[in-house]
Design a protein around this ligand. Structure first.
Ligand code: IPM
Ligand code: MG
Length: 350
């Protein structure tokens, strides 16, 4: 049971330290080894996904990641940007299935910008395809054509890519409320017409799951209008990127949301849904709960340790019930704590 630990950039090292403490406290005998990814790797080696990191990530059973990126590296050539490291590790490990739950903890109902009655009890799972689409499509680039600059990218999906993410989503819906909404833009984009066709063809294999389809612009609207209509949503890489950020904010703080990116054998990379938050990095105030909950997802999906996963999730619920809050979820009347104190509280609750 080997875990490749990638703290990354910004608040990454601070939040990762807390997740590692939680894993150690469980005393399950994990072997954990750290490596560099993103800006930290660029600074040390000139590359966002160095060979040593790739080797460790390939050998390990799971990868736990903090966050990558920051303004320091934004002006670098595209090949050296931290985000490239993240895309490269997803692609190399074949992590095509990105699971992004958006759960509203009752204690945080006021942290949402939406009315409490619209979001109370919210529990959505976004299943995002992660290794295809316009993110990886060729050709791509910026060239000079006919005397002016010309930017281009290519959106594409094969039917087998759609089918395999579709199956993950149908299976996930089966374990939940048995409703799956597939999101596309079939009224304009052929790639996503194929997406809708393949999802429709899969449906008879899952007669217990109710499949519906929605155009992405409407889905973006429905997510803020009446988000509780959704159970599981499945969509491509780019739409999933956008909709999962939107869904996360329904819950009040992106600082609470974990994610899992899985390959076909449940090897996975686990990371908080939020970014590296360079504005608060190094101050000890970041919320470590999304990373701790990502570790719980790892226990469940890669290591099959359901009981340990629930223990961690219950400890997080307990600290919220006890009133502990980092700045991102603070409201008057609760106890404002920093990253380390939040980790301490989770350990105590464990
Ligand atoms: C995410 C992020 C990444 C993405 C960036 C950092 C490349 O926004 O994981 O959602 O677009 O996939
Ligand atoms: Mg994103």
């Amino acid at each position: 049971m080997k875990i490749c630990v990638l703290p990354g950039d910004g608040i990454g090292p601070e939040i990762m330290a807390e997740a590692v403490r939680v894993l150690q406290a469980l005393d399950l005998g994990f072997e954990m080894e750290e490596a560099l990814l993103g800006g930290a790797a660029v600074d040390a080696t000139g590359k966002p996904y160095p060979e040593a990191t790739s080797k460790l990530a390939r050998e390990a059973d799971a990868v736990l990641l903090g966050a990558v990126g920051g303004p320091k590296w934004d002006a670098m050539p595209r090949e050296q940007r931290p985000e490239r490291g993240l895309l490269a590790i997803r692609k190399e490990l074949g992590l095509f299935a990105n699971l992004r739950p958006a759960i509203l903890y009752p204690e945080l109902a006021n942290a949402s910008t939406l009315k409490p009655e619209v979001v109370a009890g919210l529990d959505i799972l976004i299943v995002r395809e992660l290794t295809g689409d316009i993110y990886f499509g060729q050709p791509r680039g910026i060239e000079v054509r006919d005397g002016q600059r010309y930017g281009f990218n290519t959106m594409h999906y094969t039917e087998s890519e759609i089918r395999r993410i579709g199956r993950v989503a149908f299976e996930a819906a089966r374990k939940r409320n048995k409703r799956l909404c597939s999101v596309d833009k079939m009224n304009v984009l052929e790639t996503t017409q194929l997406w809708r066709d393949v999802m429709t063809e899969l449906a008879p294999e899952y007669p217990d799951v109710e499949l519906s389809h929605m155009l992405v612009d409407n889905a973006a609207m429905q997510l803020v209008r009446a988000p509780k209509q959704f159970d599981v949503m499945v969509t491509g890489n780019m739409f999933g990127d956008i909709l999962s950020d939107e869904a996360s904010m329904l819950t009040g703080s992106i600082g609470m949301l974990p994610s899992a990116s899985l390959d076909e054998n449940n090897k996975g990379l686990y990371e908080p849904s939020h970014g590296s938050a360079p504005d608060i990095a190094g101050k000890g105030v970041a919320n470590p709960l999304a990373t701790i909950l990502s570790a719980a997802m790892m226990l469940r999906y890669t290591f099959g340790k359901e009981e340990a996963a629930s223990r961690v999730e219950n400890a997080v619920k307990a600290v919220l019930a006890q009133g502990y809050r980092t700045g991102d979820i603070y409201e008057p009347g609760t106890k404002k704590v920093g990253t380390r104190e939040m980790g301490d509280a989770v350990l105590a609750a464990l």
